[in-house]
Design a protein around this ligand. Structure first.
Ligand SMILES: Cc1ncc(C[n+]2csc(CCOP(=O)(O)OP(=O)(O)O)c2C)c(N)n1
Ligand SMILES: [Mg+2]
Length: 557
């Protein structure tokens, strides 16, 4: 017979049993019993205290994305739950397994709109795979096990458990559940026979690789198989690190602001093999590269979530499979790629040409800085970024070499870069970790720089400062030329901000100053911020603000 434990202790013991090593959050009086339970596990389950739940939720998501293990987030009721929603939405769109534990009013007060009360099933229903509320203390092990299994099964994603306060204080003597097992489907032999036939009949095949649930080994297998078959591999939005970009079969990323030659190639392909990618709005250029509901190209859609297959596109061959399971099965298909070798060579050549930096106005040249980083960072360095035009230089000019060296939100959410970098550095302290951010993006969650200082996580945040919400200004110049409205920013001295937090600060006003500044930042051993003061004219790698205003915006920019 187990000794009686309070709910917070049963929950903390459950986390330890499921192998949780790190949890992120902001405390609240609504889950004091959990904090008490975590006290007993402080050597095994580290609770990283953050400054705002938005940053904490991004950290939990980035941890899940980086490690493939569930991210864990604790937030208090009402205000904590609302602040934390941004990272939950990111986890949903990125298929990242995240468990969110939220405080809830006691069951004796439920449904009265008691202090900070929210019905999480209604609020979080569309943002998660499942929302549960644990009303009975003896059922904690069952609910937590259910949550881990749901987050990790099929298409992975966020799961939320609400914790009524009286339930957490109550005691029970119950058995712990064993460590969860991640359940994934595998392709049927008939699927593989059909896939082989389709590939053998193709002249211009193209694969799009993306989504969640991958492992480094599975991607190495896929790349090896594709190289042997000379099959061109592309990646979907912000999944550029899935394939070694130096491989002769790598053909670029099918993304926002796609290389027009690659867009053409996707349209001309006679077979699209989408592996893990959902084929969402960004990957399909607003559902134009592939037509809805039946694309002209023969579509083979492989996805871990059965409900994703046929959701938008009626694939010629839908295959419900986990990614490692599919990569392993592919090795049973031997292909002679002689027919499309030239197609693959040309696709890679187009990609190389597109990636070369193009001149830009001003003294700080972002393309050259990204190229310098790409050539000089260790191959396993992690670069995190959120949303904004500053990211387009990174996505276009950085040569990704290894899986999970890129951390970005496919939800296009601002404020991701700094917290994601902090989580990555805490999880992988030996790797160099960079946050590539904009001035707008940085200050959405820049206070988590304090978390980096508190936990001794020396990230390098690079702030591309153009004094505006540049992306929106770009769209503004296209739709309403010359009528600047709601997009200007007055910024602090970012280097001084770093120093005020106990970090290292640098300001770069010319490209040549970047390398020594970066080296000093790394050598400082402290979290650092490097501000890059760029010419606001340089609005994308190829367009200027005044050019947009005069000539009108060209979609290809
Ligand atoms: C959380 C969130 N709020 C608003 C937006 C809309 N948005 C997209 S990019 C952008 C501006 C980004 O500004 P900055 O970080 O300075 O980058 P820049 O575009 O100037 O390079 C905004 C407001 C968003 N994507 N996410
Ligand atoms: Mg900006």
């Amino acid at each position: 017979m187990q000794a009686a434990r309070h709910g917070g202790k049963i929950l903390a013991d459950a986390l330890a049993a499921h192998g949780v090593k790190l949890a992120f959050g902001v405390p609240g009086e609504s889950f004091l019993a959990v904090l008490d339970g975590l006290h007993d596990h402080r050597e095994r389950v580290r609770f990283i205290i953050c400054r705002q739940e938005g940053g904490a939720s991004y950290m939990a998501e980035a941890y899940a994305k980086l490690t493939g293990e569930p991210g864990v987030l604790f937030v208090t009721r009402g205000p904590g739950a609302t602040n934390g929603s941004v990272g939950v939405h990111t986890a949903m769109q990125d298929s990242s397994p995240v468990l969110i534990f939220v405080g809830q009013v006691g069951t004796d007060m439920a449904e009265r709109e008691a202090f900070q009360e929210i019905d999480y099933r209604r609020m979080y229903g569309p943002l998660t795979k499942w929302v549960g509320q644990i009303d009975r203390v003896e059922r904690i092990p069952e609910y937590v096990s259910h949550a881990f299994h749901t987050a990790m099964a099929g298409r992975r994603g966020p799961v939320l458990l609400a914790l009524p306060e009286d339930m957490l204080f109550a005691e029970a003597s119950v058995q712990d559940a064993p460590h969860y097992r991640a359940v994934q489907p595998a392709p049927a032999p008939a699927d593989l026979d059909e896939l082989k036939k389709l590939l053998e009949g193709a002249a211009r095949p193209l694969a799009i690789v993306g989504g969640g649930g991958w492992t480094r080994e599975a991607l190495a297998r896929l790349q090896g198989w594709a190289e042997a078959a000379s099959l061109p591999l592309t990646t979907s939005f912000r999944c550029q690190d899935y394939i070694d970009n130096r491989s002769p079969i790598y053909a670029g990323d099918v993304t926002i602001g796609i290389n027009p030659k690659l867009a053409q190639r996707v349209k001309e392909a006679d077979l699209i093999l989408a592996i893990g990618a959902r084929l969402g709005e960004i990957t399909t250029s607003g559902y134009t590269l592939l037509e809805v509901p039946v694309p002209k190209q023969a579509l083979v859609h492989v996805h871990a979530g059965a409900e994703e297959l046929g959701r938008v596109y009626a694939a010629r061959l839908p295959i419900n499979s986990g990614m490692p399971q599919f990569a392993e099965a592919l090795e049973r298909i031997q292909l002679n790629g002689a027919r499309w070798r030239e197609w693959t060579r040309a696709a890679h050549a187009d990609c190389e040409a597109w990636r070369a930096p193009v001149p830009m106005p001003g003294k700080v040249h972002l393309g050259e800085i990204v190229r310098w980083l790409s050539s000089n960072l260790p191959e396993d360095a992690i670069v995190a970024n959120g949303a904004g035009n500053f990211a387009t230089w990174l996505h276009r000019h950085f040569i990704y070499k290894r899986y999970r060296t890129q951390l970005g939100p496919t939800s296009g959410s601002m404020g991701y870069g700094v917290p994601a970098a902090v989580a990555a550095k805490i999880a992988e302290p030996k790797r160099v970790v960079i946050a590539w951010t904009g001035d707008g993006e940085f200050l959405m969650t820049g206070q988590e720089f304090a978390t980096a200082v508190q936990y001794g996580a020396p990230i390098v945040a690079i702030v591309v400062n153009n004094g505006m919400y540049g992306t929106i200004r770009m769209h503004q110049e296209r739709e309403y030329p010359g009528r600047v409205s709601g997009t200007e920013l007055r910024n602090p001295d970012f280097a001084a901000y770093a120093r005020a937090f106990g970090g290292h600060g640098e300001t770069v006003e010319e490209t040549a100053q970047f390398q020594p500044a970066f080296e000093r930042a790394l050598a400082s051993g402290r979290p650092a911020i490097i501000e890059l003061k760029i010419d606001p004219e340089a609005i994308t790698p190829t367009a200027t603000l005044s050019g947009l205003r005069e000539k009108g915006f060209k979609a290809k920019d």
